[in-house]
Design a protein around this ligand. Structure first.
Ligand code: HEC
Length: 139
């Protein structure tokens, strides 16, 4: 049991192991604090919850069924397309695109807008953290 717990803890820390720059790390820590305040059971951000947030479809802001995949695709090393404007979106993966998850201001702005596009509401701190952990760690 103890071994299992240790490997689980290891798995969780690996899932969150992406090396953010200091301002992004602070943002992620702030989200964590907020998530814990909202839910005392909160243990840490989770890749699979993030995957579900990113890939599940909802009736979005424009009354059509969409997901985050609709604009960003599910291959973050490739370009996406903004279905509202037809403009190309650069890859979301920080491995392919060095501009990703660098500026907190951009990440905040787009998470706010994009959650509204898909979920017609803002994401909670936990949802934002989960989805970021999914995007930066997705292979
Ligand atoms: C209607 C199209 C659209 C949808 C749907 C969409 N996005 Fe975006 N997203 C964009 C655009 C446009 C940008 C900004 C352009 C850019 O950064 O290349 C962006 C940027 C981002 C960024 C900024 C990353 C950075 O560091 O620059 C993140 C994170 C992001 N989106 C996550 C999401 C998530 C999570 C969802 C689902 C809740 C989602 N997006 C759904 C169009 C979309």
């Amino acid at each position: 049991m103890k071994k299992l717990l240790i490997s689980l803890t290891l798995l969780i820390s690996i899932a969150e192991a992406y090396d953010f720059n200091p301002q992004m790390q602070k943002y992620m820590n702030d989200l964590k604090t907020e998530a814990k305040k909202a839910n005392p059971e909160f243990k840490g951000f989770d890749y699979s919850r993030g995957e579900k947030i990113f890939t599940s479809k909802h009736v979005g802001k424009r009354g059509k069924l969409i997901s985050c995949v609709t604009c960003h695709t599910s291959d973050f090393s490739k370009n996406g397309e903004n279905i509202s404007t037809g403009k190309v979106i650069d890859p979301l993966s920080p491995t392919t695109n060095a501009d990703r998850f660098v500026k907190v201001k951009d990440v905040k702005k787009w998470l706010r807008r994009n959650f509204k596009d898909v979920y017609v509401r803002e994401g909670s701190a936990q949802e934002k953290g989960d989805v970021v952990i999914y995007i930066v760690n997705k292979k």
